[in-house]
Ligand binder design. Structure first.
Ligand code: PRT
Ligand code: MG
Length: 215
């Protein structure tokens, strides 16, 4: 098959990737927010965009259903990154992975006490590694959303979640107590495609690189 297929998620990643696509001369012909189409053609006849869930981007690229994609560092760490090359940190969709708890919870002494900590999160791998590195024993509780609820109803002592403005934590009377890592989105490329079709794929990576704001 010829042509380039790019996997993107709707919302902030699509919006923040748009200027980089422009730089590569790739203008999608429909807006994924209003269109129900999942395969969106672009002004370049040789490039199409797949609209997938943010957490599914690495899977499409790993299996070669898409050649390139844009995914958060959070999503890539949870996926594991098999079969993917990550040539660029695009510095978009930035936020921080944080440990947070209820306002009244004494996180520091809970950690010091050595008692097991109940941690609710969608990011089980990232949380496991974080607490293992600190030598804190945890019971991980996997959730798929609305993590903020867990400490409020006694499901967990703390959550590990993404924070950008802090508005969601504040609205639920939670406080961030520790940074796990800064998060931004990366360009990901199928490893085999990059080897076999470097002549087609390299120019796109170069256009993205050139369009990044100087650090
Ligand atoms: O929404 P959906 O369930 O379809 O998928 P998704 O949440 O995985 O996708 P999307 O588009 O919301 O997020 C895509 C990527 O954006 C993530 O993988 C992150 O790398 C990045 N990103 C940047 C964020 C945020 N900022 C962010 N604030 N992803 C999620 N959030 C959520 C956070 O989980 C929390 O619920 O926003 C809430 C906190 O926001 P503040 O502003 O109140 O702090
Ligand atoms: Mg979301």
């Amino acid at each position: 098959m010829t042509g380039i297929t790019l996997a993107l998620s709707k919302g902030r990643i699509f919006e923040e990737t748009m200027p980089l696509l422009e730089a590569a001369g790739i203008r999608p012909l429909e807006d994924p927010e209003s269109s129900r189409k999942l395969i969106i053609p672009t002004e370049r006849a040789d490039v199409r965009v797949l609209i997938v869930r943010a957490t599914d981007v690495p899977t499409y690229v790993q299996h070669g259903a898409a050649d390139l994609g844009v995914a958060g560092r959070d999503v890539l760490l949870e996926h594991g990154g098999d079969g993917l090359v990550q040539p660029l940190d695009l510095q978009i969709a930035r936020c921080r992975m944080m440990v947070a708890c209820a306002e009244g919870f004494d996180y520091a002494s809970a950690v010091r006490s050595g008692a097991r900590l109940r941690v609710a999160t969608k990011y089980v791998s990232i949380a496991r590694e974080h607490f293992a590195a600190k030598g804190v024993h945890v019971d991980l509780i996997k959730l798929y959303g609305s993590m903020e609820l867990a400490p409020l109803v006694g499901l967990a002592d703390v959550i590990v979640d993404l924070v950008s403005t802090g508005g969601t934590l504040k609205a639920n009377k939670l406080v961030a107590v520790e940074e796990v890592m800064p998060i931004s989105s990366r360009l990901v490329v199928n490893r085999a495609a990059l080897k076999l079709r470097r002549a087609e794929i390299d120019p796109i990576i170069q256009c993205f690189a050139g369009a990044l704001a100087p650090a």
